[in-house]
Design a protein around this ligand. Structure first.
Ligand code: AMP
Length: 473
């Protein structure tokens, strides 16, 4: 995300009490989505925002909503809601509610969060008093509406966040039902990272004569993140992961796996090796997920192991590294994953452990992001130096953009730069060098079952977890 230097928050027309809260948050300059959206929203325009999480879009919609409350201080009536924000995941909803509380802390704004997987009692109680801002996932909100716990006739502002994820998760029917209960006269905001046809249709039903703002297209988010691919033998990933995260530079790391079982397995391996980690995926209860996230945020655990859907929308600042233990099946997920680091103008690094069977997935990612990701060779026990460089972060360079710049990716048959070329020294083992880092150092191997280095050829080793079909989270 590039930061816009042309405006200050004060220039956008925000009130002093909100400016103070922003100073306390440490925000000095509006991000592009904020600079573009806030003036339009303060004028009361409907908005279609094309932006993904990480661009600062929560403040882009939250600040004008809060400012609206300053102009109209009537409290919400019991069971009524003044502003409704719908988000696809529980984690994102919790984060949005926290942002409203932070930005509006001097204003006495009431904020409630109503999400699935939590008990109904406290939610019913919060709704009964009436709330200024309700952040909700669609399914649970509909449950509360159908039970008469909440009414939307007095809701004057509505935000639909991450609309494309809503659609992926099958929320379209609850969303339409909820929308039908909103007043026709209202202020509507709609955010989505991508704009396929179904989303454009939904937006046109939802918005009246909207202004449109758009920040960096998704595929170019990758520019901000220093990326690296480490080519590894099948079965050697756990060892390479341990080498990486044991390095102090890996202060706050998210490790992505394709499956829930894979996440548990990797987390266990890390714990056994003395690296505190927590796993977050759809088989965990909401409380477990929140506890994992909290301990990661406050630094008790340095490593969070996550599946793609569980990690969506998670906003943890200062994530130094993303490690793709397995590449995702869908190239777009790679962009979402690496977007967990390099947030709000900071830089970050993403390292992908890639075995031969994943090379097609890697090619798909390089086509989507229009870049050749620099590689380090670790197959066949490569030279020590490579590991040291990776661990120290030295080998991580900016990916090279293909020469066709912002246009389409180069022809599909074309190889990204460097691919297929043997790095210097590969295959030449220094005389007297032993077979692997862990043997050399006399450390034990912490690889999970099936990934233990046994000296056997890869095809003779046990079953590989990353070959299992992807499970939902
Ligand atoms: P979001 O896209 O809303 O999830 O925001 C991503 C991250 O950027 C969050 O950690 C925000 O706290 C942070 N952020 C939002 N706006 C700004 C800003 N103007 N300056 C610095 N950080 C910001």
């Amino acid at each position: 995300m590039k930061v816009s230097y042309v405006t200050s928050f004060a220039d956008l027309g925000l009130a002093e009490t909100i400016l103070r809260a922003l100073r306390e948050e440490g925000y000095t300059t509006p991000t592009p989505i904020q600079a573009q959206s806030i003036p339009l929203l303060l004028q009361g325009k409907d908005l279609l925002g094309i932006a993904q999480t990480g661009t600062g879009k929560t403040a882009a919609f939250a600040l004008p909503i809060l400012q609206g409350f300053l102009n109209d201080r009537r409290p919400a009536e019991p069971r009524h809601v003044r502003a409704l924000v719908m988000a696809p995941t529980r984690e994102l909803a919790v984060q949005i509610a926290d942002s409203f509380r932070a930005y509006g802390r001097t204003m006495g704004v009431s904020v409630a969060c109503v999400v699935g997987g939590m008990s109904f009692g406290p939610q019913i109680k919060a709704l009964a008093r009436g709330v200024d801002v309700l952040v909700a996932t669609p399914g649970r909100l509909l449950d509360h509406m159908q039970s008469g716990n909440v009414r939307l006739e007095q809701t004057s502002v509505v935000v639909l966040d991450e609309a494309d994820h809503m659609l992926d998760l099958g929320f379209i029917i609850p969303i339409r039902k909820i929308m039908s209960k909103l007043p026709k006269q209202r202020h509507s905001l709609f955010f989505s990272a991508t704009m396929p046809r179904e989303i454009a249709t939904l937006a046109s039903e939802f918005l009246t004569n909207p202004s449109q703002v758009s920040v960096t297209p998704e595929a170019t988010t990758a520019e901000r993140v220093n990326q690296q691919v480490i080519m590894v033998d099948a079965g050697a990933k756990a060892n390479v992961l341990l080498e990486l995260v044991k390095n102090e530079a890996y202060k706050r790391t998210i490790v992505f796996t394709r499956t829930k079982r894979g996440a548990d397995r990797v987390s266990k391996t890390l714990d056994q090796a003395g690296v505190a980690s927590a796993a977050i995926h759809g088989n965990k209860s909401q409380n477990q997920r929140q506890a994992a996230l909290d301990s990661f945020k406050n630094g008790r655990t340095r490593v969070l192991v996550a599946t793609d859907i569980a990690a969506r929308g998670i906003d943890v600042s200062n994530v130094t590294h993303v490690v793709n233990f397995e590449l995702p099946d869908v190239p777009e997920s790679y962009v979402h994953r690496i977007g967990r680091t390099a947030r709000a103008g900071t830089e970050g690094a993403a390292v992908s452990l890639v075995e031969n069977a994943e090379r097609n997935l890697l090619r798909g990612i390089e086509r989507l992001t229009r870049q050749a990701i620099p590689r380090v060779e670790r197959r066949n026990n490569p030279p020590d130096r490579a590991t040291d460089e990776i661990a120290a972060g030295q080998a991580i360079k900016r990916p090279q953009r293909n020469s066709n710049g912002g246009g389409r990716p180069q022809g599909q048959g074309q190889r990204p730069q460097g691919q297929g070329q043997r790095p210097q020294g590969q295959g030449q083992r220094p005389q007297g060098a032993q077979r692997s880092g862990e043997q050399r150092n006399g450390e034990r191997s912490f690889a999970p079952r099936g990934e233990q280095r046994s000296g056997a050829r890869p095809e003779q080793r046990g079953p590989r977890p990353d070959r299992r079909p992807a499970q939902g989270v």
